[in-house]
Design a protein around this ligand. Sequence first.
Ligand code: NAD
Length: 345
Amino acid sequence: MRELVNIVGLERVVSDIGQEIESDYARWDEFDKSSRHAVHVRNGVIELMPTSDGKRYAFKYVTGHPNNTHKGLLTVVAFGVLADVDTGYPHLVAEMTFATALRTAAMSAIAARWLARTDSRTMAVIGAGAQSEFQVLAFHTMRGIKNFRLFDTDGAAARKLVHNIQALPQHDICLTPCKSIEMTVDGADVITTVTADKRKATVLMPKHVHPGVHINAVGGDCPGKTELHVDILLRPDAKIFVEYEPQTRLEGEIQQLDASSAVREFGDVVRGRVAGRESDLDVTIFDSVGFALEDFSTLRYLSRINQERGGQREYIDLIPELDDPKDLFGSLMGSRRGSRLSAVR
Ligand SMILES: NC(=O)c1ccc[n+]([C@@H]2O[C@H](COP(=O)([O-])OP(=O)(O)OC[C@H]3O[C@@H](n4cnc5c(N)ncnc54)[C@H](O)[C@@H]3O)[C@@H](O)[C@H]2O)c1
């Protein structure tokens, strides 16, 4: 991923992934969809996220362990596989820790294209952990946001974010670290919440939300793990958008609402079946939890760009390749009669 980002450019990668994701949401009906498989453990969650469009199949293994940073470990780590449906053979095994941050930010910025006011200029970022710079970069590159106001309960994390963004070449991003959430959301057109806490948190309160704002709620993505006060969701001017409703009902901010509450699926917005933002006064809420389609799009993009740009490929022995496909035993026992080890790219 580092090599690819260096060759292609970070801004280009995040915008390209966003385009791939949007084009896949435009063919939402073609995807095999299911809520992800989540195993909840004491300190977090381990999830599998599969989907297929009938030609390709992808899955991601991803974790969410909010206490890991105290041990010097990442909250979210991931890897993914892209396979050919016709044969079932995998042809790409990829790291997806960086890729998840890129795709989550790209998805947020794409959602904002449909849901935020077009004159949005300022974004509040609440939470300055591993995902945060990617969110800033995606909203700057893809939505033209220049002013960012930041808050994290950990001052060192906020300083890290400022340092990383200032180190980027040729940027005109203005970052304002703030001392409270009140100060952070003051004048913001978009509010991104990207905190990690394995509990029902109310990071954003009703008093923080003003008519016309777009809320990009990224960190509430597990049963019992939320960021928004329920009254924000219940505002009469609030319109809630989700990736895949059955999964978000379990994992998103809307786990706090009745199962019959009104939500709109993003794929329907992209396909023109339901409206996105309808008025400059709407409060739009993108209740992001991360859906398998976004990883599918990202893996397909990585596979293509790696081939096109001549990125380094490493071959790993994953699938035995046999001259006689019925002689698996002979291959295992080392007769080597007509057996070769194959490479997965
Ligand atoms: N929706 C998606 O698709 C998606 C994808 C990836 C990660 N996530 C989620 O995004 C969140 C952030 O992930 P990360 O990898 O950046 O985690 P991280 O642990 O690296 O960073 C989280 C930050 O939030 C801060 N924080 C916690 N509570 C806060 C509060 N009340 N106010 C302000 N700051 C607070 C912490 O100090 C920390 O710096 C996680 O909850 C993760 O599960 C969602």
